[in-house]
Design a protein around this ligand. Structure first.
Ligand code: K1U
Ligand code: ZN
Length: 170
């Protein structure tokens, strides 16, 4: 397994619409293993393939909580097939480090995709798991959590980010 480099905003790969994966072969399984290791190392509770510079439709999610029965969720070509309710959650993103903001999401989602064995699976999720799945699927569509902010909050974010880039050591 290998640790992958996590692309940081405003890297253009984060704005690409990821392409579907044709077959869950050895190369895809290696990417799954490397992404899981990278997510645990970060640490994070999710990771989408675009975040490691590979614009293909693959996400990994693990809430890493004792009360979560799912453990590591791997979804190839994930699709939200049902969504309902609303909740607001304070989100972070490994590609937008050290910035957190409240985002409104669906409270419940049902997501279908393929697992690491290429088998069709369906995940029924609520609360944080539903939020994380929506956040990761957004990544596959080139969307970041900052895109959900009001124009004023997004503007504040952009100014803070510019300032941070200017202050960063060369
Ligand atoms: O996609 C990503 O950038 C990962 C992101 C996922 C996410 C977090 C919170 C709400 C929605 C989606 C993260 O994992 S940020 C880090 C984080 O939240 C965390 C890290 C360690 C323990 C617990 C949480
Ligand atoms: Zn993210």
């Amino acid at each position: 397994m290998a640790l992958l480099n996590i692309c940081v905003y405003p890297d253009p790969v984060l704005r690409e619409k990821a392409r579907p994966i044709d077959a869950v072969d050895g190369a895809v399984r290696k990417l799954i293993d490397d992404m899981a290791e990278t997510m645990y190392n970060a640490p994070g509770i999710g990771l989408a393939a675009n975040q490691v510079g590979r614009p293909v439709r693959l996400i990994v999610v693990d809430l890493q909580r004792e009360d979560d029965p799912h453990g590591l969720i791997v979804l190839v070509n994930p699709e939200i097939v049902r969504a309902g309710g609303e909740l607001v959650w304070e989100e972070g993103c490994l590609s937008v480090p050290e910035f957190f903001a409240e985002v409104q999401r669906h409270e419940n989602v049902v997501v279908r995709g393929l697992n690491a064995d290429g088998k069709a699976v369906e995940i029924q999720a609520a609360g944080l798991l539903a939020v994380a799945l929506q956040h990761e699927i957004d990544h596959l569509n080139g969307r970041l959590f900052i895109d959900h902010l009001s124009p004023i909050k997004r503007d504040i974010f952009k100014r803070k980010w510019k300032k941070r880039l200017l202050e960063a050591p060369a």
